[in-house]
Design a protein around this ligand. Structure first.
Ligand code: CA
Length: 224
C-alpha cells in the first residue's frame, strides 16, 4: 500500500491491534485512536489516506464523527458496524461514508476493502472506456459513442450525482437530498421509478455495460 497512512478508530483493543497488524503487513502505516472525540483534533494535524471508523465509540459515536469530519475533509471513510445496526448503515451513507464493513469481519477483508477504496480514491481503478458518458448541462443531454439521448432535468441531476463518485453507493435519501433544491420528490419509490426511466434511456446508447447498478437494500451506484 506504498506507505499509506491509515487512521484506525476503534475502541476494542483486540480488533484494533489485529487490523493494524494486517494493514502494516500490507505496507501501510497506521495510527490508532480509541475515543471519538480525539479524531478531529488528530485529523487537523495529520493527513491520512483513509479512515477506518468504528460506529460505537466512547466520547462521540462514529456517525457524528463522520458528519463533523466531512465538513473539513474528503478523506475516504470506511465504517465498521455491527450487523444489527442496519438503520445506521443507511443513515451513514448520507454522512459521506464511502464503504461499510459489518462485524464480525476478517482482517483480510478489511485490508482488501481498504486497498480497493484507496485505488478508487486515487482514480486508478479503470482507465476511461471508449463509451464513457458525456453530460451536457446546457441541453440536458447525455451522449456516448456518437449517440445522444435527451434527459429530463431531474434524470440529468441524478446521473450527475452518481457519476460524480463512480463506485460509491448512494442511498435513495442521499440522491433525493442532492437533487432536492430544484425538485420535490415524494418518496423512495419515486427515486426508483426515475432511475428506471433513466436506465431505459441509457440503454438506447447501446453501452457495453449498464452503468447504473442497484445495490440491494442500500441504493444505487454508477460504475463503468
Ligand atoms: Ca466499538
Amino acid at each position: 500500500m506504498n506507505d499509506a497512512l491509515i487512521l484506525v478508530v476503534e475502541d476494542e483493543d483486540k480488533i484494533a491491534s489485529v487490523i493494524c497488524e494486517y494493514l502494516q503487513a500490507a505496507g501501510a502505516r497506521t495510527h490508532r485512536i480509541a475515543n471519538g472525540l480525539e479524531v478531529l483534533p488528530w485529523l487537523r494535524k495529520n493527513s491520512p489516506s483513509l479512515v477506518l471508523l468504528d460506529l460505537m465509540l466512547p466520547g462521540c459515536d462514529g456517525l457524528t464523527v463522520c458528519r463533523e469530519l466531512r465538513k473539513e475533509s474528503s478523506v475516504p471513510v470506511i465504517m465498521l458496524t455491527a450487523r444489527r445496526e442496519e438503520q445506521d448503515r443507511l443513515t451513514g451513507f448520507d454522512l459521506g461514508v464511502d464503504d461499510y464493513i459489518c462485524k464480525p469481519f476478517s482482517a483480510k477483508e478489511v485490508v482488501a476493502r481498504v486497498v480497493a477504496l484507496l485505488r478508487r480514491a486515487q482514480g486508478e481503478v479503470k482507465s476511461p472506456k471508449s463509451d464513457a458518458l458525456i453530460l451536457d448541462r446546457n441541453t440536458y443531454r447525455v451522449s456516448a459513442k456518437g449517440k445522444t439521448v435527451a434527459l429530463t432535468a431531474l434524470e440529468f441531476e441524478m446521473l450527475h450525482v452518481l457519476m460524480g463518485a463512480p463506485g460509491r453507493i448512494f442511498s435513495r435519501d442521499e440522491i433525493m437530498n442532492r437533487v432536492y433544491n430544484d425538485f420535490r420528490i415524494v418518496n423512495d419509490r419515486t427515486i426508483d421509478s426515475h432511475v428506471k426511466k433513466l436506465r431505459r434511456k441509457l440503454d438506447s446508447l447501446s453501452l457495453e455495460e449498464k452503468p447504473l447498478r442497484s445495490v440491494y437494500g442500500v441504493g444505487y451506484k454508477y460504475e463503468m
